[in-house]
Design a binder for this molecule. Structure first.
Ligand code: GTP
Ligand code: MG
Length: 365
């Protein structure tokens, strides 16, 4: 019998070239008296790192070593509602800068400072708007974001991608701050946005709910500080963001590209530990020693603590957005891990290609 026929016997209609969900493969294995073990890529990678005595994704050192870290924020919303304009407005007013007058450059993420209750508070924004980046990273098991800023244009109201963005934030269990944008436009109706969003379970504080709504104009720069304050307050109320800055750094690649002069250039977000120039790191299947780090002003940075995004120079090749990075003992370990990942990926690609052929052959036999 062909595999397709076995599947029909099991009550599943499939085609010969279709890939199957894990549960179905398990069922098929039972029927054919094979022991099917499904290993996720995440588990496989965890095992690889464990073989080097590395634990990824956990703070080391227990409670005492944890220190507060800034929230990491993603901006989402419907097309043309002003995400890019807002990210520009925020960075132009408040980018944390070592020296005044630095020219900001796009590195995929930036950190700003704002004053709340007389205290300076930092916020990290991931500067790749649109939920593609957000979902792409989440699909790879990487959660970069702590808070979502949902941009809704007050002259247009809630739209399909507004609803999608809400779904994504809810699936990721990330609190939402609503930026009601374009209040400068004639006919803008911020209250209507509040009313519409109650249907999605987002109820403004002034209506007895727990969601911060902030009316802004990204174009005119109106009330950007109010929005930043709302982000800090939401973070304080809903989240307990702490990380151990004393361990070897771990985190995520936000974006990466090949620069003609500098070579591989990767913006990484430090999630735990402190990243330093000279560290040996592995990021996806790229590895190397951190030759230099740059901030959003293009200035050199010697070290980066949790929630800090920096551009890293010195990797052998270009990692993908969403790849995890970690500091390891030395270059040799970094290279070994990277090479094993690369080999595994090559093998998985071959397996994907040959599985189709196998299914087809079964049917033809
Ligand atoms: P996509 O990336 O295409 O999804 O759009 P976006 O959400 O990034 O919107 P973008 O920031 O590009 O803004 C869309 C248009 O709205 C641009 O022409 C902006 O100048 C304009 N715009 C954004 N914010 C405001 C605002 O507060 N007031 C007014 N009047 N126009 C705005
Ligand atoms: Mg945009």
């Amino acid at each position: 019998a062909s595999l397709v026929q076995v599947m029909m016997h099991l009550g599943e209609m499939v085609t010969a070239t279709q890939s199957l969900p894990d549960e179905t493969l398990q069922l098929l294995g039972e029927e054919l008296k094979y022991n099917v073990e499904v290993v996720s890529p995440e588990d496989e990678d965890r095992e690889l790192l464990e073989s080097f005595s590395i634990e990824f994704g956990e703070n080391e050192g227990g409670e005492e070593s944890l220190r507060p870290r800034p929230p990491v924020v993603t901006v989402m919303g419907h097309v043309d509602h002003g995400k890019t304009r807002l990210l520009d407005a925020i960075r132009n007013t408040n980018v944390v800068s070592g020296e005044a007058g630095g020219i900001t450059q796009h590195i995929g993420a930036y950190q700003v400072a704002t004053e709340v209750d007389g205290e300076e508070r930092k916020i990290t924004f991931i500067d790749t708007p649109g939920h593609e980046a957000f979902t792409a990273m989440r699909a790879r098991g990487a959660q970069a974001t702590d808070i979502a800023v949902l941009v809704v244009a007050a002259d247009d109201g809630v739209k399909p991608q507004t609803a999608e963005a809400i779904d994504h934030a809810k699936a990721a269990d990330v609190p939402i701050v609503v930026a009601v944008n374009k209040i400068d436009v004639e006919g803008a109706d911020p209250q209507k946005v509040r009313a519409q969003l109650t249907e999605y379970g987002l109820v403004a504080e002034e209506y007895g709910g727990d969601v911060q709504f902030v009316d802004i104009s990204a174009k005119q720069g109106t009330n950007i500080d109010g929005l930043l304050e709302a982000v800090v307050l939401t973070s304080d109320a809903a989240l307990d963001l702490r990380a151990n800055p004393y361990q070897d750094a771990q985190g995520l690649a936000i974006e990466a590209f090949l620069d003609r002069g500098r070579g591989s250039t990767a913006t990484v977000l430090v999630q735990r530990g402190t990243l330093r120039v000279g560290d040996s790191i592995v990021c996806g299947d790229a590895y190397g020693r951190v030759r230099a780090m740059l901030d959003e002003n293009g200035e050199n940075v010697e070290e980066a603590e949790p929630s800090r995004p920096v551009q890293v120079l010195g990797l052998t090749n270009v990692p993908s957005a969403g790849d995890s990075f970690l500091v390891v003992k030395d270059d040799r370990v970094a290279r070994q891990i990277a090479q094993q990942r690369e080999a595994r990926e090559r093998f998985a690609q071959q397996a994907r290609a040959s599985r189709r052929v196998t299914m087809q052959n079964w049917q033809d036999a």
